[in-house]
Design a protein around this ligand. Structure first.
Ligand SMILES: Cc1cc2nc3c(=O)[nH]c(=O)nc-3n(C[C@H](O)[C@H](O)[C@H](O)COP(=O)(O)O)c2cc1C
Length: 381
């Protein structure tokens, strides 16, 4: 067996057989078609280039206008968006891949400029996220990073409405052909705000105790599972993450509670975004082990992994798969590069968000590099 044998062993993710354990992490790229935040042919090409991933998890995709916190991110709440995503999924399937749609509501990480009628954003409690910015287009047409505004507190009927919007988005995703949906419970967005001891100061049954703080997320999971089947559902959590002003206090305990509840619900997978990419301290081996014991289906970790670390985590039985963010962004054929232990392209942060093909669909694959080298050799002959 080669030193990469675990990474290249097949894995069944709920209803979906996958050929390897190298996942593409969800990556916001802010290149949806305008107006309407509709996925385009360019987006389809980008994802199809990365179809050799065991599973692609799409960029975070808002389930409603209210759920948007950044300009130019795609949605999954209009017919045009569903049709745009269908073209993306068809391109990925045609290239032999599998893809999950990450369902997103940003909650308080937004701004009136992104909201219907200039309303404030919504959240668990009326507490503004400190040192947190969102991305808007100003009234004069200039794009700008601006501090988020204070949210207003969601009422219980509104929470029920949003649960329904998640289920409707999951259904649209399946209609568009997605193999799975991933509920974004990480990185300081709405469901994470409800889990968080500081952002959630509610006194009703959605705040206070652990079961109360987890209630909204679990209601979303149950509604989505009823819509598309539990074997099509994944959840992303970020224990100890501090992104968008989340508190570390009680965070791991909360994630372990949620992991155990998700285990009982027999969903397809749990995806752990490790904190260190966004300023938090890395998870310890004990913390990863505790998550492993709490969740028995497919468990995936993400954050600063290399092929060697990923192989070791799977070999040790801690992880079933590993997701790669920046490496997959810059290397469309990442599994093949891992297999051949080939050099990796470096990601260019200046083109992460917004723009066109540059820094998006123009990272070369090994084959393209090989053809270039061959052409160079022919010219020199
Ligand atoms: C440009 C960029 C966009 C990201 N967008 C998302 C996103 O839409 N949803 C999400 O859950 N995480 C998002 N993340 C976090 C990544 O999924 C991943 O957790 C992080 O990059 C760490 O993994 P890496 O070290 O392999 O890049 C993003 C990260 C980057 C760099």
């Amino acid at each position: 067996m080669s030193s990469r044998s675990h990474l290249f062993s097949p894995l069944t993710v709920g209803a979906v057989p996958t050929p390897n354990r190298i996942w593409m992490a969800p990556l916001t790229r802010s290149r949806a078609g305008q107006p309407g935040d509709v996925p385009t042919e360019l987006n389809a090409r980008y994802y199809a280039q990365r179809a050799s991933a065991g599973l692609i998890v799409s960029e975070a995709t808002q389930i409603s206008r209210e759920g948007q916190g950044y300009a130019w991110t795609p949605g999954i709440y209009t017919d045009a968006q569903e049709a745009g995503w269908r073209r993306v999924v068809e391109a990925v399937h045609h290239a032999g891949g599998r893809i999950a749609l990450q369902l997103w509501h940003v909650g308080r990480v937004s701004h009136p400029l992104l909201q219907e009628g200039g309303q404030p954003p919504v959240g668990a409690s009326p507490i503004r996220a400190e040192k947190t910015e969102c991305f808007v287009v100003l009234p004069d047409g200039t794009p700008a990073q601006v501090p988020v505004e204070a949210p207003r507190e969601l009422s219980q009927p509104e929470i029920r409405r949003i649960v329904g919007e998640y289920a409707a988005a999951a259904l649209r995703a399946r209609r568009a052909g997605f193999d799975l949906v991933e509920i974004h419970g990480a990185n300081g967005y709405l469901l994470n705000q409800f889990l968080d001891l500081r952002a959630n100061q509610r006194r009703d049954e959605y705040g206070g105790s652990l079961p109360n703080r987890a209630r909204f997320l679990l209601e979303v999971v149950d509604a989505a599972a009823e819509a598309v089947g539990r074997e099509r559902i994944g959840v992303r959590l970020s224990p100890n993450g501090v992104f968008s002003d989340m508190s570390v206090e009680g965070s791991l305990e909360t994630s372990l509670y949620v992991a155990a509840e998700l285990d009982r619900r027999k969903i397809a997978y749990l995806h752990i975004a490790e904190p260190d990419w966004a300023g938090g301290s890395p998870l310890t081996e004990e913390e990863r082990g505790a998550l492993r014991r709490a969740f028995s289906a497919v468990l995936t970790f993400c954050g600063n992994y290399t092929a060697a670390r990923a192989e070791a985590a799977i070999a040790a039985g801690v992880a079933d798969a590993i997701a790669f963010g920046k490496l997959f962004l810059a290397n469309p054929d990442l599994p093949e590069r891992f297999r051949r232990q080939a050099p990796l392209n470096a990601p260019d942060p200046s083109t992460f968000y917004g723009g066109g093909e540059k820094g998006y669909t123009d990272y070369p694959s090994l084959d393209a590099v090989g053809r270039e080298a061959q052409r160079g050799a022919n010219i020199r002959k």
